[in-house]
Design a protein around this ligand. Structure first.
Ligand code: UDP
Ligand code: MG
Length: 167
């Protein structure tokens, strides 16, 4: 069954120059990249992305991590992969959440670490299931940024919206 999955190369992955490496590993899946961009992560976006963890003691540190404040890199790379069993296959390549428990040949097992504060810096995010993928993709991307029709859309007329254009 074809599925979409949100992948984030987190700020530690960018700082460690792992972008090419991670994309090469993911290309083993033969899945299709249907969207990709660099994103400056706002407080609102980070908190919304990790809303399921808001009561955990590590939540404030996790938000700083996703925003790039722990790595002096205020950005993440966001991609959508699409194809057969995309979620399971990308999560297998990513490895377990805890980098010390992850298969040593997986992306997180190879490059992740646990900080002295106990946060798992695991270089990559992969959606957990189809429901999460749908919520996360809608949070990170607008419909025109995705080159296939993943979910139903609606047309909105915005008259007095302010936006930045090319000069
Ligand atoms: N995390 C952590 N400690 C934990 C659980 C999670 O530092 O005990 C961090 C880690 O960076 C993880 C993220 O919070 O990737 C989101 O957690 P989740 O349980 O959703 O794991 P994932 O889906 O990323 O494997
Ligand atoms: Mg998760």
């Amino acid at each position: 069954m074809n599925q979409a999955v949100l992948i984030l190369i987190k700020p530690d992955g960018l700082k460690k120059s792992l972008t090419g490496n991670i994309l090469t590993r993911l290309s083993e899946t033969k899945l299709e990249i249907v969207a990709a961009k660099m994103v400056r992560v706002s407080d609102e976006l980070a908190k919304s992305h990790y809303q399921h963890l808001k009561d955990k003691p590590f939540f404030p540190e996790l938000i700083k991590y996703l925003k790039g404040e722990l790595h002096d890199r205020l950005k993440v790379m966001a991609l959508i992969y699409w194809g057969k069993d995309a979620i399971k296959r990308c999560r297998e390549l990513a490895g377990a959440t805890n980098p010390e428990e992850a298969d040593p040949t997986s992306i997180r097992g190879s490059y992740g670490r646990i900080t002295t504060k106990g946060l798992y810096e695991n270089v990559i995010h992969v959606s957990s299931n189809e429901e999460d993928a749908c919520r996360e993709i809608k949070l990170w991307f607008d419909p025109p940024e995705i080159i296939v029709d993943l979910y139903p859309t609606k047309e909105e007329i915005c008259r007095e919206c302010r936006k930045q254009g090319w000069a």
